[in-house]
Design a protein around this ligand. Structure first.
Ligand code: SF4
Ligand code: MG
Length: 337
């Protein structure tokens, strides 16, 4: 039996007045039941668009999937009938967004919105649905759930609203949750609480979790593995702790250097210099070369494939890959040329 979700060589384009935006250019990743994959990248790297393609919520017509496969339990969602696809996405997958306030209906109580899930999908009575809503609110640790079930979204704090979003996502006990920047709008302490809750529920329910973020700092403790995206493709994958210890791509190294850390107080914050490319005109060769401190002539002309990363003696490192011609130097921390 393969992974829960297996995305293979996915390609997505958007037609705009400025030309064809190549938003996703051959993304391959997978996640198992009970596993957390963090997808990391700057905005415009294609991480959200990939997730939207998986969930079937790509804004069409401008967006178009031009290639690849999205296998869920071995079934390719791009090639199954509409009804089956909808059934799978409706009951077995759920998504959590950054902005709970715009995802929740402002004029309906949270208890109503949670309860509606059970009424519509489980055929529960209003009374049962309401009881389950309270139970779920308890589950995501909203204090005094019973008293607050009739409150409206704006009556909750940002962190509590994000918990309600998690409750909505959990309601039907999906096998896969995709969370797109779920804590970005929250302050740092609340971010950590919400992230811990999500990780705890993920383990308890043994779900697959895809955590989309631009912030390498928030995923260290919760992810099992990381896929780093740049200009619509994956440039590095690794088990989480290996990625932090020994990145094998200069872009990942740059992202790591830009995390504020207590043990490096006083050191100047280094963000990756420059800007991501315009996706209507992706540079030839390595898409990262205009920003890369290691770039050489070959980087301008030859597009690096996703190399399998190995130790110096040739032993492949499981789950590790890098789209850099000089991954070996980066892995071994050899100085830039
Ligand atoms: Fe940098 Fe070249 Fe590696 Fe691209 S292939 S990341 S430009 S060293
Ligand atoms: Mg995004």
């Amino acid at each position: 039996e393969g992974p829960l979700l297996d995305v293979r060589d996915l390609r997505v384009e958007f037609r705009t007045r400025d030309g064809v935006v190549k938003a996703v250019n051959g993304v391959t990743y997978d996640v198992d039941a009970g596993e957390t994959l963090a997808v990391l990248g700057e905005s415009g790297s294609g991480k959200s668009v990939t997730a939207q393609a998986v969930m079937g919520i790509l804004d069409s017509p401008p967006g178009r999937i031009t290639g690849g496969e999205i296998l869920f339990r071995g079934r390719d969602l791009l090639r199954t009938g509409r009804e089956e696809r909808r059934a799978i996405r409706g009951a077995q997958m759920a998504m959590i967004f950054q902005d709970a306030l715009s995802s929740l209906n402002p004029v309906l109580s949270v208890g109503y919105q949670l309860g509606e899930m059970f009424q519509v999908h489980r055929g529960d009575s209003r009374r049962t649905a309401r009881a389950k809503a309270v139970e779920l609110m308890d589950r995501v640790r909203i204090p005094a759930a019973k008293q607050r079930v009739n409150d409206y979204p704006h009556q909750f704090s940002g962190g509590m609203r994000q918990r309600i979003m998690i409750a909505m996502a959990l309601a039907l006990e999906p096998d896969l949750i995709i969370a797109d920047e779920p804590t970005t709008a929250l302050d740092v302490t609340v971010q950590a609480q919400v992230m811990d809750l999500l990780a705890e529920l993920q383990r308890e329910y043994r779900m697959g979790l895809i955590l989309i973020t631009h912030d390498l700092g928030v995923v260290a403790d919760v992810a099992d593995k990381i896929a780093v995206m740049y200009a619509g493709r994956i440039v590095e994958t690794a088990p989480v702790h290996e990625l932090y210890k020994r990145p094998a791509h200069p872009y990942t190294q740059g992202l790591l250097d830009s995390i504020p850390r207590l043990d490096r107080k006083g050191r100047r914050l280094y963000a990756v210099r420059g800007l991501p490319p315009n996706l209507t005109r992706i540079p030839p060769g390595c898409e990262f070369h205009p920003r890369c401190p290691r770039a050489r002539q070959v980087c301008v002309t030859d597009r690096p494939p996703l190399y399998t990363v190995a130790e110096n003696d040739g032993t492949p490192l499981p789950g590790r890959a890098s789209a850099c011609h000089f991954w070996k130097d980066e892995l071994n921390d050899a100085p830039a040329h």
